[in-house]
Ligand binder design. Structure first.
Ligand code: GTP
Ligand code: MG
Length: 382
């Protein structure tokens, strides 16, 4: 965390030399903004709402009453949501959000609107990955789940979604060199399936310090869709307070699905899900955290070939996740299939669930190491 005093001094010296553009309103849009700093040490500066030009004490008070207490909170809000909460026009709500994002950019917390592709590549190199506990599943994800992204696991009941989430809680606390994020986890449980004793078992089986891991997980049991929306609304603050780098939402849709059952309520449900999911994407990017969501399946009767199940939530959920992985049972084992990703190959991985949580299938590991051995022998012969 950057010392606020240091920031203010730098900020003032910029203003004095007339270089600062903080708060000046420019033609801007709700650009895809991401944390500019590297890896786990991103400086999330606690600026005051009043530091944003155009926001006086009255607006600051209204924002605080709406639960928006920091510049980060304002930067991740949507204009529609904010306009309702502070009873303003959508245009002025959007202007406040843009000014907040601009202040964060000027203070180097966020990247500029445009970065060159090589700078973007450099930034991706600093992104962290967390192991799922299975090297086959990690390979499918090209090294594990990523920060600055939303990874969705969907599948039928018993396909292993919650087991992946439980295992990630244990691996996230491990050092970065060992495939972890060296950080805490926030676990949002909407189905009542979080089991601390399972985490304990996974941690012990892997030789991790189980009491340290249990202390590193903040669990929130959520009972209805409005409660979930409220938790997501304040998630930035919880992430900051708890120093979390992994947020698990197991599952993201079940409450909305159960409460908005009839056809007539579908549009309302999708609208609320959309607002919530967009907030989740912005949080992942701005706070440099890995977000893992689970989703259910629904049958798709119009499918004549292949698997007639698809992810629930329609396009709204489809657009919200950066990576989408379909899990299904295959006898004792599980198959994970990459369904949607901007850069992963759309391949499969086989893994299992055992006392270590999600794990590799032993015979496949043996096959892999023997084929590696053969390859080496062949190379040596040549
Ligand atoms: P829903 O939440 O019902 O949609 O399913 P899910 O995809 O979250 O399933 P979950 O991850 O809970 O997987 C359940 C399966 O994992 C069980 O059928 C078991 O095969 C396995 N499993 C769950 N708990 C344990 C455990 O403590 N030990 C072992 N060895 N396997 C477990
Ligand atoms: Mg589950």
């Amino acid at each position: 965390m950057v010392d606020k005093k240091t920031y203010v001094e730098e900020h003032e010296s910029n203003s004095n030399s007339n270089n600062s553009t903080v708060g000046k309103r420019e033609d801007d849009n709700d650009a895809n903004t991401t944390v500019a700093s590297e890896g786990s040490s991103s400086p999330i500066i606690e600026l005051e709402i009043q530091d944003i030009e155009g926001i006086g004490p009255t607006t600051a008070k209204k924002l605080k009453e709406a639960g928006i207490v920091s510049v980060m909170d304002l930067a991740v809000t949507s204009a529609e949501e904010l306009a309702v909460e502070i009873n303003s026009s959508k245009d002025s709500a959007a202007a406040f959000i843009i000014a907040a994002q601009k202040l964060l950019r000027d203070s180097k917390v966020l990247e500029k609107e445009f970065v060159t592709a090589d700078a973007a590549l450099e930034k991706r190199r600093s992104m962290l990955r967390c192991s799922t506990g299975s090297s086959a599943l990690d390979d499918l994800l090209l090294g594990g789940i990523e920060t600055q992204a939303v990874t969705e696991f969907y599948g039928e009941f018993g396909s292993g979604k919650s087991q992946v989430c439980h295992t990630l809680c244990a691996t996230a606390r491990q050092p970065v060199e060992e495939g972890g994020l060296n950080a805490n986890t926030i676990y949002i449980d909407t189905e009542g399936t979080f089991r601390p004793e399972r985490i304990q078992e996974i941690a012990r089986s892997r030789g991790y310090d189980s009491s340290q891991i249990l202390k590193s997980i903040a669990v929130c049991k959520v009972y209805n869709s409005s409660h979930l929306e409220l938790i997501i609304k304040n998630l930035g603050k919880y992430v900051d307070d708890f120093k979390a780098k992994l947020v698990v939402i197991d599952s993201v849709i079940s409450l909305h699905r159960a409460e908005f059952a009839g056809r007539g309520t579908l549009a309302d449900r999708q609208q609320r899900l959309n607002t919530m999911l967009h907030k989740i994407i912005r949080l992942a990017e701005i706070y440099n955290i890995a977000v893992v969501i689970t989703n259910q399946v629904q049958s798709s009767p119009d499918t004549f070939f292949g698997d007639p199940t698809k992810a629930a939530g329609g396009n709204v959920l489809g657009h919200a996740s950066t990576y989408r992985i379909y899990l299904r049972k295959s006898g004792e084992n599980r198959i994970a299939k990459m369904i949607d990703s901007p850069y992963h190959p759309y391949s499969d991985a086989r893994f299992t669930v055992n006392e270590r949580g999600t794990d590799d299938i032993e015979e496949e590991l043996r096959k892999k190491s023997s084929s590696r051995g053969k390859k080496k022998e062949e190379e040596e012969e040549e």
